[in-house]
Design a protein around this ligand. Structure first.
Ligand code: AMP
Ligand code: MG
Length: 329
């Protein structure tokens, strides 16, 4: 992939999307790898570049609500209310799809996940290209999502396309995915928008459960967000986590990924400080995993997280999956 400074690359990026090529671009959540969502052959290039299983559908990015309504076979009242409140922003709405959305984009489903990103460069790219852009995170499938152009290149250098460099994406975890396509709204994936905020508009959300049924968000069954080192997740309060780590893990080959309080108490270990709260943790999470995996002396990463409020739920979810667990493996 060829990297171009965001502003300068906009016109070229839009032209490449119109020609069926792939373009990585920053959003407020993570970097996306985009292609024309109406074209099976364009979208196939995303799946090929990422090594993504073809049964994992892509989120389609639109410039505004009008663009979303054009792709929805039905646009439920709740979709309208959520989009009016939270777009542009880190919320993806799954609604019944029109046939214009390529089958590969939907992974053959009759629904589509739609979102309007709150990033000036992403919005200008969508406007300039004037087409709906299917864009999963711009990482090799299964790896931590990229929050910088550098991380995109680390994973996808060999692919043929363009990377618009717009600096680090701010939120750091992907969008919250809510299915409003039938009956009661379902939280398919926690993300940048807190569950509480969605529920303030939508009422209580059903949560994709561990009831053994086929997952409704197809991508959820795959291992995700995993760096090159094994990850252990300690879902513990600071004091307990500090004690367990001191007792069980060798400072010589264990990297710590934890909020400031825990990180500072473990100064004998190398590691990454996730900052004071869930928002700082979300912003530092994926880059932290990528940084620790590059440390040649480390044999494992021990992550500490238990906060489920706001973006904390997304941080926990990503760490569960990075550790190879979670409810949908
Ligand atoms: P990614 O693009 O890697 O951030 O992943 C997108 C995720 O959005 C998928 O793994 C699904 O969980 C979810 N998603 C996208 N489209 C749909 C859809 N039509 N139905 C259900 N889930 C979807
Ligand atoms: Mg992804």
């Amino acid at each position: 992939m060829r990297r171009v400074a965001g502003e300068e690359g906009l016109a070229e990026g839009a032209a490449l999307l119109r020609a069926g090529g792939i373009v990585a671009f920053p959003t407020e959540t993570v970097y996306g790898l985009g292609a024309d969502a109406r074209s099976d052959s364009a979208v196939q290039r995303i799946f090929a570049a990422k090594g993504r299983p073809s049964d994992n559908p892509l989120i389609v990015h639109v410039a505004d609500r009008e663009g979303a309504r054009r792709l929805a076979r039905r646009w439920p009242d709740l979709a309208e209310r959520l989009a009016a409140r939270f777009w542009p922003g880190p919320l993806t709405l799954v609604v019944p799809a029109r046939k214009e959305v390529a089958s590969a984009t939907r992974a053959g489903l009759d629904t589509v996940g739609l979102r309007c990103p709150a990033h000036p460069l992403a919005l200008r790219l969508l406007q300039a290209a004037a087409l709906p852009v299917a864009a999963p995170s711009a990482n090799r499938s299964g790896r931590p999502s990229p929050t910088t152009a550098e991380a995109v290149l680390d994973d996808l250098k060999a692919a043929d396309g363009l990377v618009l460099d717009g600096g680090p994406s701010g939120i750091g975890v992907e969008s919250t995915v809510v299915d409003v396509s039938s009956g009661a709204p379902v939280l398919l994936r926690p993300g940048g928008l807190g569950r509480e905020e969605v529920e303030a508009v939508a009422g209580p959300l059903l949560v994709l459960g561990d009831d053994g049924k086929a997952p409704r968000a197809p991508g959820m069954k795959y291992r995700h967000y995993a760096p090159a080192l094994p990850v252990r997740l300690l879902r513990l309060e600071p004091e307990a986590a500090i004690a367990v780590i001191r007792r069980q893990f060798d400072p010589a080959d264990t990297g710590i990924l934890a909020a400031t309080e825990v990180r500072e108490a473990l100064s004998a270990y190398r590691g990454v400080d996730l900052g004071p709260d869930a928002d700082s943790a979300a912003a530092a999470l994926f880059e932290g995993l990528r940084r620790l995996e590059r440390d040649p002396d480390l044999a494992r990463i021990v992550a500490v997280w238990c906060d489920t409020r706001g973006r904390g739920l997304a941080v926990l979810n990503r760490l569960e999956k990075a550790a190879g667990g979670g409810r949908h493996v």
